[in-house]
Design a protein around this ligand. Structure first.
Ligand code: CUA
Length: 345
């Protein structure tokens, strides 16, 4: 190592270590990051991250080799006062030209084959699909329809069975949205007057976070959803309950609440098995069992539901839902309405 000072080399190594540590600190698995594509829990997401990792490691390897060679050449062949003659010129070397044409071709083949395989694999699964869900984007919420289970519709919380290959048909009622569940699959656009299609398969039960990933208006960032992955038995039971329509209340307060709902909510929301058939807002047939309100932005609690009905603009400015001040819905009616809605499970 006569051509480089050892202290200088040590400094260089230290710099690389610090940079490397800073980079590595950004990685790591963390369940506190509910929307991390680095933490795949489904087959499609895994295929995608595998391809990303392959390209990343490959590119990092090439980058490292080029950097090392470059540093070596810069140091080894730097101008020295004692060397006066011009170095040997290699312009037009056929061997070099062929070498640096062949190397990129080989690199492209190594990266291209898995890329094409992943593109086709994530478009359609090798072994066929088990069921279908139609997901529709609306400003600013998601609707999920289950054609294989009798066509019922739920809002903002998609319930799916574990280890099941599900085709998700993507539609939009207004502008372009994008459907994204980072831990299960990459995003795909929901385009008006066009049907897109993707598939997902969750390998573990649990709650997964989804998010609209295409700017679609003021509340784009608040257009979220949940994917609840349950066992196949649990899903079948849930689908049966949904097919049966909304539960009929028995409690007198909740019955009064149903009356209020038919007057106040029915123009915009549907409640299966009742006269409420609106499609402007999410279907409320199972709103009581949803974990969140307002498309994933507030917890589904009695207090939050009351505030949401009273003044949705305060929680989600721009939302199409109207306000319901006490002059429109009295405190007693609001109590009854919330009791009825929370009983819809
Ligand atoms: Cu819908 Cu962004």
């Amino acid at each position: 190592m006569g051509w480089i000072h050892r202290p200088r080399l040590n400094k260089l190594l230290a710099l690389f270590l610090v940079l490397g540590a800073a980079l590595a600190a950004g990685c790591g698995r963390n369940d506190a990051l509910p929307q991390s594509l680095m933490d795949p829990r489904g087959q499609v997401a895994r295929m995608q991250i595998d391809l990303l990792n392959l390209s990343l490691y490959f590119a990092a390897g090439i980058g490292a080799i080029v950097t090392i060679v470059l540093i070596f050449v810069v140091l080894k062949f730097r101008a020295r006062p004692e060397v006066k003659e011009v170095p040997k010129q290699i312009h037009g070397s056929t061997a070099l030209e062929i070498t640096w044409t062949l190397i990129p071709i080989v690199i492209l083949i190594i990266l291209g084959v898995p890329t094409v395989r992943t593109a086709f694999g994530t478009a359609t699964p090798a072994s066929g699909l088990d069921m279908k869900i139609v997901a529709t984007g609306n400003q600013w919420w998601f609707g999920f329809q289950y054609p294989d289970q009798g066509n019922f519709v739920v809002g903002n919380e998609m319930v799916v069975p574990v280890n099941t290959k599900i085709e998700v048909e993507l539609r939009s009622r207004d502008v372009i949205h994008s459907f994204w569940i980072p831990k299960l699959a990459g995003k795909m656009d929901m385009v008006p007057n066009r049907v897109n299609s993707m598939w997902i398969e969750a390998g573990e039960t649990g709650m997964y976070y989804g998010q609209c990933a295409e700017f679609c208006g003021t509340q784009h960032a608040q257009m979220r959803f949940r994917v609840k992955v349950v066992s196949k038995e649990e899903f079948d039971g849930w689908a049966k309950r949904r097919q049966a329509g909304a539960v009929e209340p028995t409690d007198p307060v909740a019955l009064k609440g149903k009356e209020v709902a038919m007057k106040t909510c029915a123009a915009c929301h549907a409640i299966d098995g009742t006269t409420a058939k609106g499609v402007v807002g999410p279907n409320l047939s199972n709103v009581g069992e949803r974990s969140t309100l307002a498309a994933g932005i507030i917890e589904n609690t009695e207090e939050n539901l009351k505030q949401w009905i009273r003044n949705p603009q305060a929680i989600k400015p721009g939302v199409k839902m109207a306000s319901h001040p006490p002059a429109v819905v009295s405190d007693a009616d609001l109590n009854a309405l919330v009791k009825y809605l929370q009983g819809l499970k």
